[in-house]
Design a protein around this ligand. Structure first.
Ligand code: PLP
Length: 221
């Protein structure tokens, strides 16, 4: 198990490096976010033993159950929230996560700013953009992005980048290209895009963060 995981990790890192080499305009660095949703604490420890330090979880409660002890044991562990955030979970999320990649509405920006003022916890932020304009999917609509960026900046929130999850049925390339264009237009340096099935393509379009679960930990039950 541990061996498989170490092999998977080495393979993914090699593929990221190769994709960066082949890219015309890669980002200055591409970080692997190991998506550990549904993975046991033991599985996460195996990834830590293999050298991985950056993890992504998509539910606050699940992350709260697994990560406080792991963070105590590995002070350089970095944890990102990659799933939707309810305003009533902002306090817990701001205390646990180093970065929240799913900012997608004004009310959530207000809640994050209020929590920063209250507790001092101010995770770095990415705005999730619903590039496919799917009604059921989280993320701000592209047409509402300008207003959300301006609002976050007016609140002096630490806004660093954009994130997207392209529609499963679509070719991801135009979505990655669109997110890159939006990030440049807003002067944002970080781009979280690409998952197990398409991370090399995302690297080609300048991804700074690829979010990989099943290719690393195995297919989720
Ligand atoms: C689960 C998840 C991933 C990882 O998906 P894989 O296909 O298993 O690599 C990436 N991003 C988000 C937002 C996810 O929820």
């Amino acid at each position: 198990m541990t061996n498989n995981l170490a092999n998977n990790l080495a393979d993914i890192l090699a593929r990221i490096a190769a994709a960066r080499k082949a890219a015309i305009n890669p980002a200055p660095a591409t970080h692997l976010v190991a998506v550990s949703k549904t993975v046991s604490e033991e599985g996460i420890r195996a990834a830590l033993a293999a050298g991985q330090r950056l993890f992504g979880e998509n539910r606050v409660q699940e992350a709260q159950a697994k990560f406080p002890q792991l963070k105590a044991d590995y002070p350089d562990l970095e944890l990102h929230l990659i799933g939707p955030l309810q305003t009533n979970k902002v306090k817990e999320a701001a205390a646990l996560f180093d970065c929240i990649q799913s900012l997608d509405r004004i009310r959530l920006a207000d809640a994050l700013a209020a929590e920063r003022d209250r507790s001092g916890h101010a995770p770095r932020l990415f705005i999730q953009v619903n590039t496919g304009e799917e009604p059921q999917k989280a993320g701000v609509l592209p047409s509402d992005l300008d207003a959300l960026v301006a609002h976050a900046r007016a609140l002096k929130l630490p806004l660093e980048g954009l994130m997207c999850i392209p529609p499963a049925a679509d070719d991801a390339a135009p979505h990655f290209a669109f997110l890159l264009k939006l990030a440049r237009a807003h002067g944002l340096d970080h781009l979280s895009m690409g998952m197990s099935g398409d991370f090399e393509l995302a690297v080609k379009f300048g991804a700074t963060h690829v979010r990989i679960g099943s290719a690393l930990f195995g297919v989720r039950a």
